[in-house]
Design a protein around this ligand. Structure first.
Ligand code: DX5
Ligand code: ZN
Length: 228
């Protein structure tokens, strides 16, 4: 069972604001604002200064915000050795953990580790990584996360050339008859949300778009993507 059953069973678009673009001096209020604004998940970007050049959020921050909301925590691990951190983030309150296929680990083992600890697992593909790399894991996971920017920083421009990969992933998931969520992350705004959602993405991550405006309006505009 995935968090939301994937788009095959449920056509709703879910929005996962990335707190990387929040004002960290008032993180609690920012989380409250996205919750009141209709967010479905909290996307937490974990960067280690090694897999990507930036350093962001560790388990202590996740633990401190866990009591503030019931929204599931969607923890995106952009770290060189994700298997070493899975347990710490789960203990801190992560509900779903996504790991890059480009990291230095055996994704089958990391996925199993996450499941053994009772949480959901997903694999992430960088813009340049072909879908075929994820196909070998598709029966083991609850989510595929497709990056539409190169990971490392919020506020980058959306890469439209990745959209065909989203459509291929959706087609593959349907062909296999699976209920796997298809999350898309990077540069998402109301300008490109339609093409992402119509291609099959059912969870849209958005950082700068949500936090650099009225979160409620902006989340609503994303949820409306690709609706008839
Ligand atoms: C990029 C992160 C994204 C990003 C989203 O490395 O994984 O989650 O911060 O922020 P925006 O929507 O500003 O691209
Ligand atoms: Zn992310």
């Amino acid at each position: 069972m995935t968090l939301y059953g994937g788009r095959i069973l449920d056509a709703m678009i879910r929005v996962a604001p990335s707190i990387l673009s929040a004002d960290f001096s008032k993180l609690g209020e920012e989380i409250k604002a996205i919750e009141d604004g209709g967010a479905d998940l909290v996307h937490i970007d974990v960067m280690d200064g090694n897999f990507v050049p930036n350093i962001t959020i560790g388990p202590v921050v996740v633990e401190s915000i866990r009591p503030l909301t019931k929204m599931p925590f969607d923890v995106h691990l952009m770290v060189r050795k994700p298997q070493d951190y899975v347990e710490d983030f789960i203990n801190a309150g992560a509900d779903i953990l996504t790991v890059h296929v480009e990291s230095d680990h055996n994704p089958h083992e990391t996925i199993k580790h996450i499941h053994d600890l009772g949480k959901q697992a997903g694999v992430v593909l960088n813009p340049g990584t072909p879908l075929s790399v994820a196909e070998g894991f598709i029966n083991e996971i609850e989510m595929v996360l497709i990056m539409t920017v190169n990971p490392g920083f919020g506020g980058q421009g959306f890469m439209p050339e990745v959209v065909p990969k989203i459509a291929k992933a959706k087609e593959f998931i349907e062909k296999e008859g699976l209920s796997v969520d298809l999350e898309v992350d990077g540069g998402i705004t109301s300008e490109n949300a339609n093409e992402v959602a119509c291609a099959g993405g059912n969870i849209l991550v958005a950082g700068s778009f949500v936090f650099r405006g009225d979160p409620k309006e902006r989340i609503a505009s994303l949820k409306d993507a690709c609706s008839e």
